[in-house]
Design a binder for this molecule. Structure first.
Ligand code: HEC
Length: 118
């Protein structure tokens, strides 16, 4: 009899512990997990840089109208892109009028730091 009662409680324990199913934690993507691509940042370049950085506009400055040109500029370890985007120095900062929003700046910089993928 004692054994039966013991078994009953063991069974009860097993059943009750089975009921405590926990829902899996939702996966929340944080901003840092989003990888920018050329397609997602192209409009920032088009709207803020290519009015000057286009061969047709100015053959003496680097052309950013295509991924090929932009990425080959960034391939140069001496490029000043991030430095200029972050700069407040007149005649150095880019764009020269400094009217790039912090969000657009951050998007461009993270795209570059993530390896400027196409
Ligand atoms: C109003 C015209 C103008 C706009 C808009 C502009 N630039 Fe420039 N940029 C220039 C000129 C002129 C130079 C060359 C003179 C110099 O080095 O400062 C230059 C140089 C640069 C250089 C250095 C190139 C090198 O030879 O190493 C980078 C990087 C750059 N710009 C990035 C940008 C980016 C990114 C944007 C857009 C967010 C932008 N520029 C918008 C005119 C512009």
């Amino acid at each position: 009899m004692k054994q039966t009662i013991f078994n009953f409680f063991v069974l009860l324990l097993v059943i009750s512990s089975c009921k405590k199913e926990e829902l899996p934690e939702p996966i929340i993507a944080t901003e840092s997990e989003i990888i920018e691509t050329y397609a997602s940042i192209k409009s920032i370049i088009d709207n803020n840089c290519v009015q000057c950085h286009a061969i047709a506009q100015n053959p003496y400055i680097v052309d950013f109208t295509s991924y090929a040109n932009l990425s080959s500029y960034l391939d140069n370890p001496d490029n000043t892109m991030i430095d200029r985007l972050n700069s407040d120095v007149e005649f150095y900062k880019m764009p020269p009028n400094g009217e790039l929003s912090q969000t657009d700046k951050d998007l461009l910089i993270s795209w570059i730091n993530d390896g400027y993928i196409l």
